[in-house]
Write a protein that binds this ligand. Structure first.
Ligand code: PLP
Length: 381
């Protein structure tokens, strides 16, 4: 059930006609292409796509069709995917810890851009990667708020270490650059502002003129009803602060959005399996399925409920306790989920903004997780 070659008008039409028993992921190619053009028009530099957020081939193909020419890859699998679907594209291998086998693999596939955040990993790159025409970006971190999830907890050098790494990169004959990731679903443009100012300090202290500054991902998608992500405000801040901080030494800019590009091109419809006591809703998808990220960065509140005939439920909305299908009590969406009081067994709960970190983190725990796929012209119900 659920796999369909036909393009449907919208999720409502598919759900009413197909009555899927498994959760369904809806993809609107036009939406991902429109967002790609928004980045290409507005971002003052090269736009690359962080493949890990959604490595679906339909996503990559539509991004390429819209004009995206660079990809941030984290693994050999992603490098292969991009070499197959976009042979000429630039690949940035920006997972800063790699095995020697992975380094060899990427060198053989013409990867020319790497990131690093420690002396030991830089030593491996210097030993194994031919320097000519090859870029190494030093990744640093700041204790900045504003993101839904702090990436600095795992990767990123302190200022002191970054200065030393940058000197070493330049001395070894690589193209020296700097990169950072402000954290995912970052709605405050100042998160980028403070990182860019610090990047300029690092370059100055190292005495190295950097070729490029990669401002990472973190661009938000539309998760909250009341907050429309303002990408243009973020682009403007990045552009202004880059000029202010670097002056005549302003590097070329690169960004590597994942969520910001793919998030709003998908919706997920889960079905109500059971409704108990007017407060407990049991869905056929949960945090072991495509809703995993809710447990990490909070719930998407762009939710609508359709009855089995595709009519929108209009009852008063109150918080409900929502469980996924597995037998594990952890399999609960965080907090109270706003759902209409007239919700009933057999209804479809549609979550918008589900393109990033959904298909990729879907496990098959308890035998669930079989996601139907459907392409639609529009995600509007
Ligand atoms: C995950 C990741 C991204 C994408 O992050 P989003 O928040 O999805 O934009 C970009 N760059 C690197 C190095 C990453 O690890």
């Amino acid at each position: 059930m659920g796999l369909s070659k036909t393009i449907w008008t919208n999720p409502t039409e598919f759900l009413r006609n197909q009555q899927p028993e498994n959760p369904v992921l809806f993809f609107a190619p036009q939406a991902v292409q429109a967002t790609a053009r928004r980045f290409l028009d507005g971002f003052p530099g090269l736009v690359t796509y962080a493949v890990k957020s959604n490595p679906g081939e339909e996503v990559v193909e539509n991004l390429v069709a819209a004009g995206i020419r660079g990809f941030d890859c984290a693994s050999a699998f992603e490098i292969d995917l991009i070499r197959r679907l976009a042979p000429e594209a630039a690949i940035h291998y920006h997972n800063p810890v790699r095995s020697r086998a992975e380094i060899t693999y990427a060198v053989q596939r013409n990867v020319k851009s790497w990131s690093v955040d420690s002396a030991s990993e830089l030593a491996k790159l210097i030993e194994m990667v031919p320097a000519a025409g090859c870029e190494i970006s030093v990744r640093f971190k700041l204790p900045v708020g504003g993101a839904a999830y702090n990436f600095g907890a795992k990767f990123g050098a302190t200022e002191e270490v970054a200065v030393e790494l940058l000197k070493t990169v330049a001395a070894a004959g690589f193209v020296p650059s700097i990169t950072f990731h402000p954290g995912t679903q970052c709605t405050d443009p100042e998160a980028w502002g403070s990182y860019i100012r610090e990047a300029a300090v690092i370059a100055r202290k190292a005495g190295v003129k950097i070729a490029r500054l990669n401002v990472g991902g973190g661009f938000p998608n539309h998760r909250s009803l009341g907050i429309m992500p303002d990408l243009e405000a973020i682009f403007t801040t990045i552009n202004r602060v880059a000029s202010e901080s670097f002056g005549a030494d302003r590097p070329a800019l690169v960004c590597e959005p994942g969520r910001g590009l793919c998030g709003d091109a998908f919706a997920v419809a889960a079905r109500v399996k059971g409704y108990r006591d007017g407060v407990h809703v049991f869905l056929n998808d949960g945090i072991y399925g495509s809703l995993f990220e809710f447990s990490q960065i909070g719930i998407i509140d762009r939710i609508e409920v359709l009855d089995s005939q595709g009519h929108k439920r209009t009852g008063a909305v109150h918080g409900k306790i929502v469980f996924g299908p597995t037998c594990d009590s952890v399999d609960r969406l965080p907090g109270d989920v706003p759902l209409p009081d007239d919700i009933a067994e057999g209804d479809f709960v549609v979550f918008q903004g589900m393109g990033a970190y959904s298909t990729v983190t879907n496990s098959r725990f308890n035998g669930f997780g079989d996601l139907g796929r459907c392409t639609v012209l529009s995600l509007k119900l």
